[in-house]
Design a protein around this ligand. Structure first.
Ligand code: SAH
Ligand code: SF4
Ligand code: F3S
Length: 501
């Protein structure tokens, strides 16, 4: 097969993306030029979002930019003039789904030759993805990554008027772009990014390559966004980052340079526990969540801050990945099984009703039956409320992809995954049963999928509760008495508004 010359495009480079220098973080402000303001008038957009909450938040910015340009959202894909696939690269099957969908979209070009199909998010940050698009997906008009969403107006203009394919992906460490417009997907709950990127380089993981270096957003920008959301009536805000516990703001600069910062900067610095405290104190009517916590960076200050405020939800997503020290080491996780268990002990000691969830990878390189048993045993110890479990999927360009042998046969991965899922289900049921008979505060998020006469909401522990609608409405905080449960859902009836309403 002939190699296509990709030199005229900004092609991604995973080696480059791995670099971490001392370069300061630049803060850019998004602004839309007058020339771009009317491009989308009478045109429609449709966005598909895959992957994590970070991507969901990015899709809200993509929608925000498109709407500022005059585009309107359509619920009917076939009517769209711009279709954006905001993609995830975390596992091979996540990518395969997108390749299939991209193939399907081609048919729309027959009825609408001016349609722009865009590939965005984490997948285009990989070299092999861009090469495959160039070779086999001629109908994809626009490719951009996670670092250059703010340049979308220019790209759309070129794709629409010059009819050129636009492919631009930056393999840089990353800056922070403020002032991005957002069209929020929910009416009562919202995401607020507090940090971007990841410097952990767990050996299996592509995220540090697709999202750049770890950088914290300024305290002022975060508080300002939270304030605006609270004023607009958002009841629940999730502070977002790949490793929120690593948040540190001291007036700019990289975390590793903190010790060299001026006395003044050090004295006024804010870490994650302090940021949480600030948010919960300033906005007492707003309920706060956060995600994701990395066990190695989570301080007990965070747990004490959670205990201090009723408006910080009692739920921590605390991925561990494996219960075996050998696997944790091979994965380059910076914590042992024992350290993790000690953290969990402390969490339950400070907040006994805390709900915890895990991410678990089974079948990582070299995983023995004993390693797998260690995982099951750790789960038995913690009894997580929820879990997200995956079979290891080799990612080209990562340390494990380059240097380790993906040696566990699929059949074994599958069996181990099933065992982990079954055990998690048992624990989830054990946890939901602990809510029976209790009356809990719930934020109504919408109608239950199964019954149009019931509301669906979540309690502080993030457990889903359904109950008859009566006179309540979406966005209300209500007290619900829990009467029944499955492993995934609580059932109850409302007994009145909560004091927070
Ligand atoms: N920053 C978060 C996780 C982001 S990725 C954290 O550190 O916890 C979400 C989850 O996907 C990970 O926790 C991990 O369980 C899973 N994952 C990441 N890379 C994977 C891979 N190559 N194969 C299978 N699962 C993977
Ligand atoms: Fe990936 Fe590890 Fe970073 Fe999480 S902490 S995003 S698993 S490298
Ligand atoms: Fe996927 Fe990128 Fe998030 S790889 S999990 S969308 S950071």
């Amino acid at each position: 097969m002939s190699k296509i010359d990709v030199s005229k495009y900004f092609t991604p480079d995973l080696k480059q993306a791995r670099k971490r220098t001392n370069q300061a973080i630049e803060e850019l402000k998004f602004e839309l030029s007058d020339a771009h303001k009317k491009i989308g008038i009478d045109k429609f957009y449709f966005i598909h979002t895959y992957g994590c909450q970070g991507n969901e938040a990015d899709s809200e910015s993509i929608a925000g930019i498109l709407e500022l340009m005059g585009f309107a959202k359509t619920e009917v894909e076939a009517n769209a003039d711009v279709i954006i696939m905001n993609t995830c690269a975390i596992r091979e099957n996540a990518e395969n789904r997108v390749w299939g969908e991209l193939g399907r979209l081609k048919a729309y070009k027959r009825t609408n030759p001016d349609l722009i199909i865009g590939l965005a998010g984490c997948m285009p940050q990989e070299e092999n993805v861009v090469e495959r698009v160039l070779k086999k997906y001629q109908h994809v008009d626009l490719v951009f990554g996670t670092h250059n969403i703010y340049k979308l107006p220019e790209y759309i203009e070129t794709a629409l008027f010059s009819k050129e394919r636009v492919i631009e992906v930056y393999s840089q460490e990353g800056e922070i772009v403020e002032n991005l417009p957002k069209v929020r997907n929910h009416k009562y709950k919202a995401w607020v990014n507090i940090m971007f990127g990841c410097d952990e380089f767990c050996t299996y993981c592509i995220v540090p390559y697709t999202r750049g270096k770890e950088r914290s957003r300024s305290r002022e920008e975060i508080i300002q966004e939270v304030k605006e959301l609270a004023e607009q009536g958002y009841q629940e805000i999730t502070l977002l980052g790949q490793n929120v516990d690593s948040f540190l703001w001291f007036g700019g600069g990289l975390k590793k340079d903190f010790k060299k910062a001026s006395e003044m900067a050090q004295a006024t610095a804010v870490d994650f526990a302090q940021l949480l405290d600030l948010c919960a104190t300033k906005f007492p009517k707003t309920r706060f969540r956060f995600s994701t916590s990395n066990p190695q960076d989570m301080s007990l200050d965070v747990i004490h801050t959670m205990a201090k405020h009723t408006n910080i939800c009692k739920y921590i997503h605390l991925p561990v990945q494996s219960g075996s020290n050998a696997m944790l080491k091979a994965m380059n996780r910076q914590h042992t099984r024992e350290e993790y268990m000690e953290l969990v002990d402390n969490i339950y000691k400070i907040i006994p009703e805390m709900s915890l969830s895990q991410d678990m990878i089974v079948g990582f390189c070299g995983e023995t039956e004993q390693d797998h048993k260690d995982t099951l045993e750790l789960m038995e110890y913690v009894k997580y409320d929820f879990g997200f479990m995956f079979a290891y999927s080799e990612r080209p360009g990562t340390l494990a992809g380059n240097k380790m042998d993906d040696d566990i046969p699929n059949s074994i991965k599958k069996r181990r995954l099933q065992e982990v899922i079954n055990l998690q289900q048992e624990h989830a049921l054990y946890r939901t049963q602990q809510h029976l008979g209790k009356t809990e505060e719930v934020l109504i998020e919408g109608t239950s999928k199964k019954n149009p006469n019931e509301w669906k909401g979540r309690n502080t522990q993030n457990t889903v509760i359904v109950f008859p609608k009566e006179n309540y409405k979406m966005g209300d905080f209500v007290m619900v008495k829990v009467e029944d449960c499955t492993s995934a859902t609580l059932k109850g009836s409302a007994v009145g508004y909560s004091d927070n309403n």
